[in-house]
Design a protein around this ligand. Structure first.
Ligand SMILES: Cc1cc2nc3c(=O)[nH]c(=O)nc-3n(C[C@H](O)[C@H](O)[C@H](O)COP(=O)(O)OP(=O)(O)OC[C@H]3O[C@@H](n4cnc5c(N)ncnc54)[C@H](O)[C@@H]3O)c2cc1C
Length: 287
């Protein structure tokens, strides 16, 4: 097991976040389960994260431990059209596995930089496809037990799920998930993947970011509303609203939590003043 003595900035996509109690990086599912049970037995607080692409930690010290699943050995298996992926598998790796077996279901999601655990917890979706579309069941650790939850027992919403409950003592931790995929020609699967890759590269900002920062409001694109407020390119400290896509906030170097918070509040206020719409932040803030 790796124990990192670094700020959380080193394990989040945006590169922001202060230190926490300890950062644990288990390397197998067995190591993860035994770590969870010993932390619970000691009454310690902890948060399990995936690739850290949807989390904005403040620069303060966080008095709990963080368990990153990204180093856990990835297991991928197939039986008929059913595939099972460990929580640590990235959506791109799931796409590749499915493609190899001529199975469709991950080609639209593959560009989202999270892993299976993070994607299910956040209800990841993209270009009309959601991680829940093909989900059959999730294996979780909860309160000392490993058990299965069928798709019907998982509360889900747009970019949210029952797993985002933020219980730091006895959270539900996703260990693996089973999906039922569709047979498809490989050329069709990869064509859909590349179509979306080119749409995303044309429209999205580059650099350290969260992708889209706000949910769309009242059916209107958040990026378009921010653009109409004339905010594209605006900088504060080392954070900047992308010049390419108004809904991306980029860390240009050593941006701080305060730099990001300033731009988030500026955007929300401008959109409220100009359009009387409340933009909802689509990233989890941990202060
Ligand atoms: C460039 C870029 C583009 C993006 N594009 C999209 C997009 O098109 N669509 C989209 O939906 N999102 C997008 N995102 C956001 C993000 O990638 C997704 O929300 C992704 O699903 C988060 O996965 P993660 O592994 O990084 O989760 P993290 O950010 O590590 O965690 C997110 C939440 O999930 C919880 N969690 C993580 N793993 C587990 C687990 N094993 N068990 C229980 N809870 C867990 C964490 O505690 C946290 O609350 C984008 C982000 C970036 C940086």
């Amino acid at each position: 097991m790796i124990i990192l003595d670094e700020p959380l900035a080193s394990i989040t996509s945006v590169g922001i976040g202060g230190k926490c109690n300890k950062i644990y990086m288990p390397e197998s599912e067995e190591e993860l389960v035994s770590l969870l049970s010993s932390l619970e037995a000691n009454g310690e607080e902890f948060k399990v994260i995936g690739n850290g692409t949807n989390l904005l930690f403040s620069d303060n010290f966080h008095p709990f431990s963080v368990i990153s699943t990204r180093k856990i050995a990835k297991k991928m298996s197939k039986r008929g059209n059913f595939v099972t992926f460990s929580a640590s598998a990235s959506l791109f790796e799931c796409y590749n596995f499915a493609l190899k077996h001529s199975l469709s279901g991950f080609e639209k999601l593959a560009h989202i930089p999270g892993n299976i655990g993070g994607a299910i917890a956040t209800g990841a979706s993209c270009y009309g496809a959601s991680i829940f579309d093909k989900l059959e069941k999730v294996t979780v650790y909860h309160n000392g037990k490993v058990k299965s939850l069928s798709k019907n027992n998982i509360e889900k919403g747009y970019h949210s799920s029952f797993f985002l409950q933020n219980d730091l003592k006895h959270p539900y931790v996703i260990l693996s998930a089973k999906f039922l995929l569709d047979n498809c020609f490989q050329c069709k699967i990869s064509q859909a993947y590349f179509d979306i890759a080119s749409k995303r590269s044309l429209s999205q900002g580059q650099g350290k970011s969260y992708g889209c920062t706000f949910k769309n409001a009242n059916g209107q694109s958040a990026g378009m509303l921010i653009d109409k407020c004339g905010l594209k390119g605006l900088k504060h400290g080392n954070a900047q609203i992308s010049e390419k896509h108004g809904n991306f906030i980029i860390n240009n170097g050593n941006a701080t939590f305060d730099d990001f918070e300033f731009l988030i509040e500026k955007i929300q206020k401008s959109v409220k003043d100009n359009f009387n719409l409340d933009l909802v932040f689509d990233v989890e803030i941990v202060k």
